[in-house]
Design a protein around this ligand. Structure first.
Ligand SMILES: *[C@@H]1O[C@H](CO)[C@@H](O)[C@H](O)[C@H]1NC(C)=O
Ligand SMILES: *[C@@H]1O[C@H](CO)[C@@H](O)[C@H](O)[C@H]1NC(C)=O
Ligand SMILES: *[C@@H]1O[C@H](CO)[C@@H](O)[C@H](O)[C@H]1NC(C)=O
Ligand SMILES: *[C@@H]1O[C@H](CO)[C@@H](O)[C@H](O)[C@H]1NC(C)=O
Ligand SMILES: *[C@@H]1O[C@H](CO)[C@@H](O)[C@H](O)[C@H]1NC(C)=O
Ligand SMILES: *[C@@H]1O[C@H](CO)[C@@H](O)[C@H](O)[C@H]1NC(C)=O
Ligand SMILES: *[C@@H]1O[C@H](CO)[C@@H](O)[C@H](O)[C@H]1NC(C)=O
Length: 414
């Protein structure tokens, strides 16, 4: 390889292992976690990932995004030379729900789009010399799963390909799932906490949709687990949006009330924010909050006069678009609460860029209740298309690329 000028970036914790915890997403990467998924209706999973970043990291000029570049503003460009970044079949960590091609999807254009920020380029994910080893915890929806598949997966896969004797282990300790590669002290953990605060949906596999009840004033049960992480990534949205109101308590546990979802969400996020302020050390811990992953449930929103959903969509939306599934009140609450925090929390503002991707969902080429759709179900996209989850390779990889870019930027030393 030609000599390149690398900038030594470092790290808050030079030569130390930094554990990073990501709250946000995923049942994933660990092949058969199928059992924890799916109930009728919408599906999502929350988990937490803990990373270990091994320093130092070398970041080349072209890997570093420029300060001040808003990576969330840009456009999708057709780039079938560089995308997809990996193939379904080369990524053993992908769960069946996301492997749309293998599941019968006839078009693959959705794999060929690259997110191009207006003001800078994203570092090419997985192509750096960076000595990053990740250990993740995560708590979020399904999508982040992919991120692990890529982020961690890429690195881990390389490792595993080279060393078939690498010791791996998977432990299920609900609500966590812990995946370790011992030689690298690398761990992936999932932490299920769909409302961030406590709720009766906190059991990793036995949770209820219909009788959900949220405890708006307490995050203690979960936060104990998050406390020690160096990086935390949070996400919480879809579970709130089942109905316009939600049953919750604030204070006395026997005082259950129906709250407007926006009111409840704000209270919950404030509870979380109080914990962040009282417990996070901004010198040593990094916090991210991921905005909502958009859905494409109603085709009349982007193609007036039609009556479908994301099924059969093969192209991104061109021009401005914001679907009604992405609740602006919730978005504003997130921005307000984050804005008032004394601790810096970086917003992973991925909603708009994902809104354009009506073509990226699993549609009828995914699973329901842990099983691939039958032929009959596939022929009934009105009832069976999944316009919430995403195919992989696909849109969630971009979220990972952005996270990766921001982490690299943060760990860089000028
Ligand atoms: C890439 O896209 C261009 C433009 O659509 C097309 O002409 C070309 O055949 C594609 N290449 C591959 C390898 O798919
Ligand atoms: C993993 O962690 C153990 C205990 O903290 C430490 O002794 C060991 O050197 C670490 N291994 C690597 C590869 O960092
Ligand atoms: C699931 O949870 C409910 C309520 O908490 C409980 O009654 C039921 O026994 C649990 N089911 C299983 C299979 O654990
Ligand atoms: C709240 O709980 C009550 C009593 O169980 C129930 O009737 C009502 O439908 C619930 N509301 C929501 C929004 O789930
Ligand atoms: C609930 O939300 C709706 C819509 O935002 C609002 O009009 C209404 O006043 C709210 N109700 C309460 C009790 O906050
Ligand atoms: C899906 O798209 C194909 C090709 O454009 C078209 O022939 C078919 O009628 C569409 N199916 C539905 C259900 O819209
Ligand atoms: C997040 O993105 C949306 C849509 O692009 C934008 O309106 C909003 O201002 C952004 N929020 C922040 C805090 O940058």
């Amino acid at each position: 390889m030609a000599m390149r000028q690398y900038r030594r970036i470092h790290l808050l914790f030079r030569l130390a292992l930094v554990s990073v915890m990501a709250l946000g997403a995923s049942r994933v990467i660990l092949d058969n976690l199928r059992n924890n998924l799916l109930w009728p209706g919408s599906v999502e999973i929350s988990t937490r990932h803990r990373y270990t970043v091994k320093m130092p990291i070398d970041v080349s000029e072209e890997e570093a995004i420029e300060d001040g570049c808003n990576v969330f503003e840009g456009e999708w460009v057709w780039d079938n030379a560089s995308h997809p970044l990996y193939r379904e079949e080369s990524c053993p960590f992908l769960v069946k729900q996301t492997t749309c091609l293998r599941n019968g999807r006839p078009d693959s254009f959705y794999q060929n789009w690259r997110w191009q920020p207006n003001a800078c380029n994203l570092p090419r994910f997985g192509q750096t010399r960076s000595e990053l080893e990740f250990r993740l915890h995560s708590n979020a929806n399904d999508e982040f799963e992919m991120w692990i598949g890529r982020f961690d997966g890429l690195k881990l896969m390389e490792i595993l390909r080279d060393k078939s004797d690498v010791r791996r282990s998977l432990q299920r300790i609900p609500p966590r799932k812990v995946f370790k590669v011992e030689e690298f002290n690398a761990t992936i953990e999932y932490y299920w906490a769909p409302f961030i605060v406590e709720s009766i949906s906190d059991h990793a596999t036995n949770h209820t949709v219909l009788k959900r009840l949220v405890r708006l004033d307490s995050v203690a049960k979960h936060s104990e687990e998050w406390q020690t992480a160096d990086v935390l990534i949070f996400e919480s949205y879809v579970w709130w949006m089942y109905k316009p109101t939600i049953n919750a308590t604030y204070g006395k546990l026997d005082n259950i009330q129906e709250y407007n979802v926006t009111t409840a969400y704000k209270l919950a996020l404030e509870t979380w924010a109080n914990w962040i302020e009282s417990s996070i050390n901004p010198q040593t811990q990094k916090i991210f909050f991921t905005t909502m992953s958009p859905t494409h449930l109603w085709s009349w929103e982007w193609k007036p006069g039609t009556d479908g959903n994301c099924f059969n969509e093969t192209q991104p939306i061109d021009g401005s678009y914001w679907g009604t599934g992405s609740n602006l009140d919730i978005m504003r609450i997130v921005e307000d609460v984050l804005g008032e925090l004394k601790v810096k929390v970086t917003l992973l503002n991925i909603t708009q860029l994902s809104e354009f991707r009506k073509d990226g969902h699993t549609s009828v080429f995914g699973e329901r209740k842990g099983k691939l759709l039958t032929k009959e179900q596939r022929n009934d996209p009105k009832n069976y298309a999944d316009c919430i989850h995403w195919c992989l390779p696909g849109v969630p990889d971009t979220w990972n690329e952005i996270l990766y870019a921001l982490l690299l930027q943060d760990y860089r030393v000028q």
